[in-house]
Ligand binder design. Structure first.
Ligand code: MLT
Length: 262
């Protein structure tokens, strides 16, 4: 079912009486990032995905987003759908949102699934790279930025083996509004460090990483897992950053094994 909640395009799948899982995509994707995962789980779980403001079909408004405003949008979606203790599943930038909402409102969720994400915020070098990316988008448009992003986000193996899939992914990203993309970059720069919240987490957490993730290394995610009382860490072999697209079966199996314990 499709819903629009304050400009945010939300999709729901499955029975509302089932345990809910809300999926938060990464940058610069949209809700379809989790299509395979939702197909796998929608008969047993009430699955919700949405386009983060500025991405997919959601409104892009002024493009002045912060991580806090992304978190407020998510709070609003959860409360308008009246979700009781949802499982939150966030990938990369979606993980930043998941980690922050958990830090802010911990206790309201059944479990967390964190894919290819990190708790620390941008250091100065990363901030300068983001600033240069915004300038380059203004000067040259989004295509060179997207080409560079895709070359880092996907493993060499995937890029070689699946050029058509990669082309489709690029086409979809090319349709995004530059205002939304630049706003997403600024929102990531504005995020706080959520590392200290890891020790306080007392719900089950699954952390999924990719062996060849060049954006967020598996070692860092393993260190995060070590700080959480009830955590499961999975590193998908031969996967780059976008693990649910590179290794869909392995991603789903890791999720299934975890969900059976929740
Ligand atoms: C993402 O995949 O959401 C972003 O690449 C994360 C980031 O740039 O920090």
């Amino acid at each position: 079912m499709n819903k629009i909640i304050d400009g945010i395009h939300v999709k729901t799948y499955g029975e509302v009486t089932n345990q809910s899982i809300i999926f938060i995509h990464g940058f610069p994707f949209d809700h379809t990032l989790f299509k395979n995962v939702i197909n796998e789980f929608k008969d047993e779980y009430y699955c919700i995905s949405y386009d983060i403001r500025g991405f997919g079909d959601s409104e892009f408004n002024t493009g002045q987003y912060t991580m806090e405003s992304y978190v407020e949008d998510l709070e609003n979606v959860i409360s308008r759908l009246k979700l009781y203790k949802p499982i939150i599943c966030g990938f990369s930038m979606g993980g930043y949102i998941a980690l922050r909402i958990n830090e802010k409102l911990g206790g309201n969720y059944k479990a967390l699934i964190l894919a290819n994400t990190i708790t620390s915020n941008d250091n100065d070098e990363a901030k300068l790279k983001r600033a240069a990316a915004i300038s380059n988008i203004d000067a040259k448009g989004i295509e060179p930025f997207i080409d560079k992003f895709l070359s880092v986000a996907f493993s060499e193996n995937f890029s070689k083996k699946e050029p058509l899939k990669l082309e489709k992914i690029k086409d979809k990203i090319m349709r995004l509004n530059p205002i939304g993309i630049k706003g997403g970059i600024l929102a990531m720069v504005s995020r706080t460090d959520t590392t200290r919240s890891l020790k306080k987490i007392d719900i089950p957490v699954l952390l999924i990483s990719g062996e060849n993730d060049q954006i967020i290394s598996p070692d860092i995610m393993e260190q995060m897992a070590n700080k959480i009382k009830n955590s499961t860490f999975v590193c998908l072999s031969d996967s780059g950053h976008v693990s649910m697209l590179e290794k869909p079966d392995e991603f789903n199996s890791a999720m299934r094994r975890f969900l059976e314990t929740v």
